[in-house]
Design a protein around this ligand. Structure first.
Ligand code: NDP
Ligand code: OXD
Length: 310
């Protein structure tokens, strides 16, 4: 049976993905939201955010494809058993997240945020200079994104640690697993990078209790989700000097409201959720290949364990 797909998102990306899917699976029927002539025929929904009441609207839905790597917006554990959830696994996302995290680590390591402030005050004042091997970077989340980035940081000479749910072995990376190892992981870091998925276990994980286990002067990079971070706790730890800087790409409310204290804080560097952006070209190919796997009854890349939530 050919598939009927409902796509919801920017038109340009829809055109590109439709072409790639039809090139591989020419019998596919493709609807672009909000035009859904036969909603009961829709097998697969491709979207970043699900439309209201989509499960009632699409009674035969079998598949949801997130256009991004994260799936928390679908509340995976609440999906019925017959709906499978697939996140975007795409080399383009990996490359972009790598360049974001590497640039943020290097910016902190070489004190560029301090120099940016000094420049605003015409202040010529060298900061301490360290070699990469004198800087300890820890990655929370050693999945598709975190594991590769940990390896790249190790290659650059940084001391790298990683923390995940299950035990891992990665060349050049000291690994920690599970809640019981979190304190040991945190206590030896100069820079903490959050690349966790948002689940019930990871919501608010970047709170006072966790962040104050970092050594004094450590910095935070959050490219996971805004709901990982307890914002007031971060402000207090920056203001007390326990933490030196925070580089934040994701926020509890996006766009970040104009009156939010983060905007004017001298120790916070903000980017507008751009660490990794799904690309039309490579992601479209991944999507088409996954649909082909689905029709062949094969395992799809990035299918989410709905109970785990990632
Ligand atoms: P993966 O699912 O591949 O990896 C998740 C990692 O987190 C795994 O190593 C997993 O451990 C670990 N983990 C999950 N829960 C826990 C926990 N309770 N304790 C310890 N470790 C845990 O995800 P990706 O690497 O593909 O993506 C990570 C997240 O990055 C996405 O979910 C999304 O939120 C965010 N993201 C942000 C973007 C941006 O632009 N800012 C862009 C893309 C993604 P284990 O391996 O043992 O299961
Ligand atoms: C994603 C994101 O999850 O953009 O892909 O945050």
């Amino acid at each position: 049976m050919p598939l009927t797909i409902l796509y919801r998102g920017p038109t340009e990306r829809g055109v590109s993905w439709r072409q790639k899917v039809l090139a591989l699976l020419p019998d596919t029927r493709w609807y672009d939201w909000p035009t859904v002539p036969e909603p009961e025929q829709v097998d697969a929904l491709i979207t970043w955010l699900p439309p209201d009441n989509y499960q009632q609207l699409l009674p035969n839905l079998q598949l949801i494809f997130s256009v991004g790597a994260g799936v928390d917006q679908f509340s995976p554990a609440t999906l019925p058993p017959h709906i499978r959830l697939v996140r975007m696994i795409d080399p383009g996302i990996n490359k972009m997240m790598s360049s974001f995290v590497l640039s943020a680590v290097l910016m902190l390591h070489r004190q560029h945020l301090a120099y940016a402030q000094q420049q605003r005050n015409s202040l010529w004042q060298p900061q301490s200079v360290a070699l990469p091997e004198e800087c300890r970077v820890g990655i929370m989340g050693l999945g598709q994104l975190g594991a590769g980035i940990a390896g790249q940081l190790a290659y650059l000479g940084f001391q790298v640690a990683g923390w995940s749910q299950s035990a891992k072995q990665l060349p050049g990376v000291t690994t920690f697993a599970g809640q019981t190892a979190l304190a040991d992981f945190l206590s030896g870091l100069d820079i903490l990078v959050c690349l966790l998925p948002l689940t019930d276990d990871t919501r608010d994980i970047l709170c006072r209790d966790t962040l104050q286990q970092l050594p004094v002067g450590a910095a935070l990079i959050n490219a996971g989700r805004g709901q990982h971070l307890v914002e007031d706790d971060l402000l207090q730890l920056l203001n007390s000097g326990h933490l030196s800087y925070a580089v934040l790409d994701v926020f509890r409310q996006e766009p970040l409201p104009a009156e939010h204290p983060f905007w004017q804080h001298p120790a916070i560097h903000i980017t507008p959720h751009i660490a990794a952006v799904t690309r039309h070209d490579s992601a479209g190919q991944q999507l088409a290949a996954n649909l082909q796997r689905f029709l062949a009854g094969a395992a799809m890349a990035g299918e989410v364990d709905k109970q785990k939530g990632y």
